[in-house]
Design a protein around this ligand. Structure first.
Ligand SMILES: [Zn+2]
Length: 340
């Protein structure tokens, strides 16, 4: 073959090789771009599904939240300004989640009025007495026992041994245990008759308004059915859930009540049978408080609940780690101080 012809063939082969390389590079770039667009579309869909706006409750048909961190998105809706480490003087609503070990007890103070929601276990009776005495709280507008279990009513006898109350409420008026009977005995000593509260009832404490969201008319949904109270002061709200469980959470969601709150007292000491995704989605708290005893035998709070809470973006406080947790609001901001 003449030299000229060989050169020509080599030139053609080189051109074909270059064109093939260009084709490969273009294909790879197109593939990479398509993958990036697909990922962006997925992220946009997830954001649209799970983001909510402040004060606009999500649609009732909305899906529950995904598991912790699944979206990788910063959840919106928790917009309250939180100031840590100081409790200002002056007007406002103050809530103290008392460290009563494995149990619940909260002292609520507003405009010179005070009330208790639960009083811890019987073993904390003397603590409750001393605590109220220390802070000179000898009058309560009312006492709410979220339900008759010993870790909620037990210590109320001690509280009532120091402070007089005008009224008292529970899910039931009779319950066959010594701690409950002792609670009723101290009430009767003060001439107070125990009453029930059901969804739709309202109370006031100074400038604060209390809405009762549960139980419904039939309070025997589960053994742990509790009085659920939403306390509202200005734009800030606290939700007290006692030991309510998933059935009660479902009842409240289906009742259509406004569960959105800034501070959630996590149901049932953080039990795995409460704080469902759907309930968390409806309440969407900025702050979650778990009242549980250190190294308690129930395994409270459950890892799954902690995971759900942190996945929702809520700031978590625990009496077993932080001791007594004091919160105060002026109706706009939330001030938080912990004992530990
Ligand atoms: Zn309990």
């Amino acid at each position: 073959m003449p030299q000229k012809k060989r050169d020509f063939i080599n030139l053609i082969l080189d051109i074909v090789l270059v064109l093939a390389l260009i084709a490969v590079v273009l294909s790879v770039r197109a593939l990479v771009r398509a993958k990036a667009e697909e990922r962006a579309a997925k992220e946009a869909a997830v954001t649209a599904q799970y983001s909510v706006t402040e004060k606009a409750a999500p649609a009732k048909s909305a899906s529950p939240m995904p598991d912790s961190g699944d979206t990788g998105e910063e959840q919106s809706g928790n917009y309250i300004n939180i100031v840590r480490g100081e409790i200002p003087e002056g007007d406002g609503l103050e809530v103290r989640f008392l460290d009563v070990g494995q149990g619940d007890a909260a002292l609520i103070i507003c405009s010179g009025h005070a009330a208790l929601i639960d009083g811890g276990h019987t073993s904390k009776s003397s603590f409750m007495y001393s605590y109220l005495k220390k802070y000179g709280i000898d009058h309560l507008d009312f006492v709410i026992a979220s339900h008759p279990h010993v870790d909620h009513v037990g210590g109320l006898a001690g509280a009532l041994n120091f402070a007089k109350t005008d009224a008292a409420y529970c899910t039931v008026t009779e319950y066959d245990t010594k701690p409950f009977k002792s609670f009723v005995k101290y009430l009767n000593k003060q001439g107070v008759i125990l009453n029930t509260l059901t969804a739709g009832d309202e109370l006031t404490l100074g400038e604060a308004r209390l809405e009762i969201l549960a139980p419904g008319e039939d309070p025997c949904l589960t053994e742990n059915t509790s009085i659920v109270v939403k306390i509202i002061y200005g734009d800030v709200s606290f939700l007290f859930t006692g030991d309510c469980e998933e059935l009660d959470e479902k009842f409240m969601i289906e009742s259509g009540c406004d569960l959105k709150c800034d501070v959630l007292k996590v149901p049932h000491h953080g039990s795995a049978y409460s704080t469902s995704y759907h309930f968390l989605y409806e309440t969407w708290p900025a702050v979650a408080v778990i009242s549980a005893g250190e190294d308690n035998t129930y395994g409270h709070p459950a890892e799954t609940v902690l995971s759900r809470l942190s996945g929702s973006g809520a700031e978590i406080y625990r009496t077993d780690q932080n001791g007594t947790i004091t919160m105060k609001t002026d109706g706009e901001s939330l001030f938080v101080k912990t004992e530990k």
